[in-house]
Design a protein around this ligand. Structure first.
Ligand code: ADP
Length: 374
């Protein structure tokens, strides 16, 4: 009987609950014992009351509930080996021999780290007499790890979509729709700041879905027409806004991703965009930073579905796992479920950030979308 620990870690996202529910119930159906590890890696490090066996009813009603009901945290203890030794002890003392982590690239890196060190951690716990060799006999060789990607940013490589991103996108679109009615009434311009960290997915998709005039992305700093505008994105943006106004548009919508930068890697701030639109075009311009409403609330249908089917796959991946085989990340590509080595996806995710830092924007876009052409 596999004993499967489930934890959610890093930034919360809608659908994490649906994933916990799915993993729990599929685990039970397959004769495994699921455990909730509360408050992310902090619960793993602290153990005791933070680790509890889950029954069928414990996850009832969770399918649609936003955020994560088993809690999440940023845990500095787990970044230290000492914290991971305590985490290993808590797993062994609860008899847990598999861990499904739902989180972003940081959380999955942490999980991989635990697994890479696993046999050393077990040896240390036996040597210091914290556990007996018999207690961890079946765990000696390896710890099974499976990753699911929960992130509103949709910033993980090797998967088309992450759990929570679509719900967040819905919230952004609803908020912008609400701003649009007042913008149209007063012929205003709105500069809307959206989340996404170093990834422009939320901003770009929202821009398409609401019909924005302009979107500032981290991966593709303006101007788009470098030959005509050089470094002067302000003039390019104003030309576009003027063009749409001349076509009869009574409103202007500009979306700024929180990680937006110019070609010299300088952050593009909403207040500065507001100043440009006000000073140059004399538009009545307001800034709205959408903030934490974007984290989601009630999960949309797609995130419930995605988290549920990926949860099924996660348990199957646990049951298929073999010592020494790289830990898998459950994702999807072209509408098909995928199972890729977790650390390859994390490395590729970091490579995008490195390409941006080296001003290799074309490469960053290619890595985000292999079908992209400038
Ligand atoms: P996300 O998972 O959303 O990317 P973070 O980067 O904050 O969020 O990571 C969540 C948690 O995962 C951290 O607070 C830490 O406990 C753990 N973690 C992240 N990176 C590492 C690492 N390199 N080694 C060990 N643990 C890590």
């Amino acid at each position: 009987k596999k004993r499967i620990g489930i934890l959610t870690s890093g930034g919360d996202s809608s659908g994490m609950n649906a994933a916990v529910r799915s993993i729990t119930r599929v685990a039970l159906q397959k004769g495994c014992i699921p455990y909730a590890i509360y408050e992310g890696y902090q619960g793993l490090v602290d153990g005791g009351q933070y680790i509890k066996e889950l029954g069928w009813e414990d996850v009832r009603g969770l399918l649609s509930v936003g955020g994560t009901s088993i809690g999440t945290a940023r845990c500095s203890d787990f970044r230290q080996r000492e914290g991971r030794v305590r985490g290993a002890y808590n797993l062994i003392s609860n008899g847990i021999d598999a861990l499904v982590v739902i989180g972003g690239d940081g959380s999955l890196t942490g999980a991989d780290m635990l697994r890479a060190e696993w046999s050393g951690l077990v040896d240390e716990l036996i040597a210091t007499k914290k556990v007996t060799a018999e207690e961890c006999e079946h765990l000696r060789e390896d710890l099974t790890i499976v990753g699911l990607v929960g992130s509103i940013d949709n910033d993980m490589a090797m998967t088309d979509i992450t759990i929570g991103a679509v719900t967040s996108l819905h919230r952004i679109c609803e908020a912008v729709d609400n701003l649009t009615s007042t913008a149209l009434s007063h012929q205003r311009a709105f500069v809307i700041e959206v989340m996404g960290r170093h990834c422009g997915w939320l901003g770009l998709m929202a821009g398409i879905a609401v019909g924005a005039d302009w979107v500032f992305l981290p991966e593709r700093p303006p101007p788009l027409n470098e030959t005509k505008y050089g470094d002067d994105w302000e003039t390019e943006m104003c030309d576009i806004v003027k063009k749409y106004r001349a076509l009869g548009n009574r409103k202007t919508l500009v979306i700024v991703c929180e990680g937006a930068i110019d070609r010299n890697l300088k952050p593009i701030k909403s207040d500065y965009v507001q100043k440009v639109l006000t000073d140059r075009l004399h538009l009545d311009t307001r800034v709205t930073c959408l903030g934490h409403v974007q984290r989601g609330g009630t999960a949309c249908a797609y995130d419930r579905f995605l988290a549920t089917v990926q949860g099924v796959e996660a348990v199957e991946a646990v049951l298929r796992s073999k010592p020494g085989v790289p830990a898998p990340m459950i994702g999807n590509s072209h509408n098909k479920m995928t199972c890729t080595p977790l650390m390859e996806a994390v490395k590729l995710t970091h490579a995008v950030a490195e390409a941006i830092a080296q001003k290799d924007f074309g490469r960053a876009m290619e890595m985000r979308d292999p079908e992209f052409t400038a």
